[in-house]
Write a protein that binds this ligand. Structure first.
Ligand code: ATP
Length: 608
């Protein structure tokens, strides 16, 4: 029977011209674009609570003249989505289906277009020939007023287009009586569906059970139908490379969520390879791009880069499948998939916000929510980076010169290193604190951060401690570098590494094992985390769906920044500050001016 209606329910159902005559040879079908947004299919338990989501917040588009493949591991929801798009999800009291489905911009319930649905199992009368099967379908589907000769020529045309001429007079057969091949059966099923000249063709796993050659022929048929103007949507588990190359668009599903939706072929490969490299467009200190590039490219190549000569479909399938070989692989692959889903959701949210013309109702809410959280996060990032960079450049710009004077005085024995450093630090506290406080006082209200005094005080404390830590780092760099120019090149380079691993560009949980130590010693990361906690903690978001973020704590968890207090981030900053002061002390001690000792003349030399 008909499946559950999509919510919100349709208004009026327009009468449609049911007797529309099929065009000869199936040509000239009306073009149909299908758009779906926020499709969620929940499975409820006996108490009526959501037990799991078969589809969660799925959006996408299928266009006429294009072949769209729904790809994903077994159980990822391909068939469920296909059924929803075809309006043929079997009704069940345990299912709840919601979302938006538009056909040529109008709600699907208004009808006015024809679909064909080729199911996984082929159901035919085994004793009929291919031509008889088609004739029967034509008698049932074409108008009675159509002349028999026209029907025959229509059938001949279909046999030709679907490559069934050679087996036209063979019986279909079944398990007991050998008939046509599996691929031919699939194409016959397509031919039967095409009689009514559908605009949209749905095919559920059309290549399942077929050998590679037959599978390719079936897919080639679907691709030709797309070229002919039909909108073709098929689900497929893991196609071989030659089949994958026939797709125009793909939707990658994993556990009911979209990991990628868009053009097929090279696009998804470059999308996954580029994940994490977006930061280049935001990062201001460009002089350090090269170093960051090396670091990030090594991160990405090792993770999401499709190796040369690998079947892209196989690569994509591996990327979005849970690896059940051990407990660790299950955990790490789940984490990877979660991150990919999140990355794609953010991408969609941003394009939904920027592209208001195609914005479907209901998408606004979550897009705004994501945008709001991202804005808050971005402001915390700007504050953390700006404070650190300003303090660092201020210090490395002057310290190497000051060091020359200090070296001279130390050589003269005017003062020792310990008293010099401690008096310098003490003397610089007021001026060192003034800058972040002024910066904070101006930025805080302008950036519309949390409008309470206690949060403002915490904000100023975090940026002040960070500013001191960055200054201390500048001292170490100044103590290490031979000249001011060298210090100016080295300091921001080092800071860029800390920025990259500071929690905004590379998620701390997603950092490769060999780089895990960097976020721990990154003053940017602790400041950023502290600022995010200060901003998000205690927030309540309006919630439209059960899976939307409800609280600031949940948002922090999603950014992998939760689980600790602001005080912990300040302590971590304090440790980093002490580390840099201590390094400066040791470096200055080690690099104290050394003069050539005047040795007593040797006997030999004296004689000369
Ligand atoms: N009516 C239903 N009641 C309960 N669970 C369902 C129902 N329909 C689908 N499911 C479950 O939803 C999940 C997705 O099913 P679906 O058939 O859409 O996956 P699929 O990606 O097409 O998998 P396959 O490639 O194995 O056919 C599966 O875990 C399935 O058991």
């Amino acid at each position: 029977g008909p499946g559950p209606a999509l919510l919100p329910p349709a208004e009026d159902t327009e009468d449609q011209d049911a007797d529309e005559e099929a065009g000869g040879g199936g040509g000239g079908v009306p073009p149909v674009t299908i758009r779906w947004a926020r499709i969620t299919c929940a499975l409820k338990n006996k108490r009526g609570e959501v037990a799991r989501f078969l589809l969660s917040n799925v959006s996408g588009e299928a266009k006429p003249g294009r072949l769209l493949a729904l790809m994903g591991p077994s159980g990822s929801g391909k068939t469920t989505l296909l059924n929803v798009l075809a309006g043929q999800l079997s009704a069940s009291p345990s299912l709840h289906l919601s979302g938006h489905l538009y056909v040529n911009g109008r709600p699907m319930s208004k009808g006015g277009y024809k679909i064909a649905y080729v199911r996984q199992e082929d159901l035919f009368f085994s004793q009929l020939t291919v031509r008889e099967t088609l004739s029967l379908a034509a008698e049932l589907q074409l108008p009675d007023t159509m002349a028999p000769e026209r029907k025959d020529s229509y059938i001949n045309d279909l046999l030709l287009r679907l490559g069934l001429v050679n087996c036209a007079d063979s019986i279909v057969g079944d398990a007991k009586v050998r008939g046509i091949s599996g691929g031919e059966k699939k194409r016959l099923a397509l031919a039967c569906e095409l009689i009514a000249s559908p605009s949209v063709i749905f095919a559920d796993e059309p290549t399942t059970g077929l050998d590679a050659f037959q599978a390719e022929k079936v897919m080639e048929t679907l691709r030709k139908l797309a070229e002919y103007g039909h909108t073709v949507i098929c689900s497929i588990h893991q196609p071989r490379g030659s089949v994958y190359s026939k797709f125009d668009d793909i939707v990658l599903l994993s556990e009911g969520e979209v990991v990628y939706m868009g053009p097929a072929k090279e696009e998804p490969l470059s999308y996954f390879a580029s994940l994490g490299l977006l930061f280049f467009t935001h990062l201001v200190p460009c002089i350090l791009l090269f170093f960051s590039f090396v670091v990030l490219v090594s991160v990405n190549i090792s993770r999401y880069q499709c190796p040369d000569h690998m079947n892209p479909a196989e690569f994509l399938a591996d990327l979005i499948s849970v690896d059940y070989s051990s407990a660790e692989t299950v955990q790490s692959s789940r984490k990877r998939i979660e991150n990919l889903i999140e990355a794609f959701a953010n991408k969609v949210a941003i394009s939904e916000v920027t592209n208001s013309t195609t914005k479907p109702e209901g998408s606004e809410f979550s897009a705004k929510l994501v945008q709001k959280s991202t804005k808050k996060q971005r402001r915390a990032k700007v504050a953390a980076i700006n404070t650190a960079m300003a303090a660092l450049t201020k210090t490395v710009g002057v310290f190497p010169k000051e060091r020359a004077i200090v070296d001279r005085e130390r050589a003269k024995g005017s003062y020792a290193l310990g008293p010099y450093l401690s008096s310098k630090l003490l003397a610089e506290i007021p001026i060192g604190a003034a800058f972040p406080l002024i910066f904070g006082s101006i930025l805080y209200p302008m950036a519309k951060l949390h409008p309470t005094f206690s949060r403002f005080v915490k904000f100023c404390s975090i940026v002040t401690v960070e500013s001191f830590a960055a200054s201390a780092m500048g001292l170490t760099v100044g103590a290490m570098a031979p000249t001011t120019e060298a210090a100016m090149a080295l300091g921001p380079s080092l800071m860029t590494v800390f920025i990259v691993f500071g929690g905004y560009y590379v998620n701390p949980d997603n950092t490769p094992v060999i780089f895990r130590w960097i976020p721990r010693i990154s003053l940017i990361r602790w400041a950023f985390q502290g600022l995010c906690i200060n901003e998000f903690k205690g927030l309540q978001f309006e919630q439209q769906h059960s899976y939307d973020i409800q609280t600031g704590e949940q948002a922090l968890e999603r950014f992998s920044l939760g689980g600790i207090k602001i005080a912990d981030t300040l302590v971590a900053q304090g440790r980093i500050l002490m580390f840099w002061y201590w390094s400066t002390y040791l470096l200055l001690k080690k690099n104290r001016p050394k003069y050539q000792p005047l040795l007593p003349p040797s006997e030999k030399g004296q004689n000369k």
